[in-house]
Ligand binder design. Structure first.
Ligand SMILES: [Zn+2]
Length: 323
């Protein structure tokens, strides 16, 4: 007996009829993602009741953006899904972990080019355990973060000594806070209706300041999953199970999302990859990182951001610079 059958009528979805980025209504199904919350049976039975259901992803014919065809109507669905009670030792290891440092250093290098020197303030949205805030401090930025998970927020605040706000970006913008740079690294793909968040982020950036957004590239990740599933019989396509990713950006739709939010001077490049950190298996790490860096180098050639080699996208844009 499925859990969904055990709770008749409790599981509902609300359709999304228009593209979140361009408003287009020509949306074609391309992949069905699975919902599986069996491990939440005790913690959250209402969420667990969605297990076994599927949600189609649809692609907009006009702008190339991919999004769910419908969302669960369960109140605070995403908050409940992300209600992970990590233990403190794991959170500390996340602060120490260097697997994203190549991405972080690339972003800091670009932002320091775009934002004039002096007293520069940076807000990291989705600060996690605070690793990026720490690296930004070391590069001379005055940093703050937004992090909703209490355990990671506490770690980020303790390790950086900087303010970590446990409120969403809308509340911070209403408070009148402004920054020279705002970063969203592996965050925007998780938030429904992303132009709404980006519009708020635009209000958080001082005129002339910059935003940096890193997301997975939707079409490239889908192709990669299909290739791996065809090569490895035991592997199935896993793209957005449980709707962990609701936004599947192409380079064009990421650009459009930033423009619709009021940003100007938008550039969309190939995003830097995660790299395996030092561990006991040195040769495996070196080989894997060589492949990742090789693909990244090829995908960074002029025009290659539009090819399947660009597995991640990195965008920069300016606020308040409309001429
Ligand atoms: Zn669209």
């Amino acid at each position: 007996m499925s859990l969904a059958a055990a709770a008749p009528g409790a599981v509902r979805f609300a359709p999304i009829e228009r593209c979140w980025i361009c408003g287009g209504s020509s949306l074609a199904r391309y992949h069905q993602c699975r919902l599986d919350f069996t491990e939440y049976v005790r913690q959250d039975p209402e969420l667990a009741a969605y297990s076994g259901r599927g949600v189609w992803l649809v692609r907009c014919a006009a702008c190339g953006f991919g999004q769910p065809e419908a969302l669960p109507t369960l109140p605070r669905y995403f908050d409940r899904m992300y209600d992970q009670r990590w233990d403190e030792a794991w959170v500390e290891r996340e602060f120490e972990a260097s697997y994203k440092d190549f991405i972080f250093r690339t972003i800091l290098r670009e932002l320091s080019r775009r934002v004039p020197g002096g007293e520069r303030r940076l807000l990291d949205v989705g600060a996690h355990a605070g690793r990026f805030m720490h690296l930004a401090q070391a590069a001379g930025w005055h940093v703050e973060g937004i992090e909703l998970n209490p355990r990671t927020a506490a770690c980020a605040a303790r390790r950086t000594g900087a303010p970590v706000h446990q409120v969403n970006a809308h509340a911070l913008a209403d408070d009148g806070r402004r920054y020279d740079a705002v970063t969203l690294t592996d965050v925007l793909e998780h938030i429904p209706d992303p132009v709404r968040l980006l519009t708020t982020v635009a209000a958080l950036v001082e005129p002339g300041g910059s935003v940096a957004v890193k997301v997975p590239c939707g079409p490239s990740q889908f192709l990669k999953e299909r290739v791996l599933a065809s090569l490895l019989p035991s592997r199935r396509i896993s793209l957005a199970d449980n709707l962990v990713h609701v936004n599947h950006f192409s380079p064009g739709s990421l650009r459009l999302a930033l423009e619709r939010a009021g940003f100007t001077h938008v550039t969309v490049e190939t995003g830097a990859p995660e790299l395996l950190p030092p561990d006991g298996r040195r040769w495996r790490r070196l080989a894997s990182n060589a492949v990742r860096l090789g693909v990244y180098a090829a995908a960074s050639l002029p025009g290659a951001v539009g090819t399947p080699l660009a597995l991640n996208l990195q965008a920069y844009a300016r606020a308040g610079g409309r001429r």
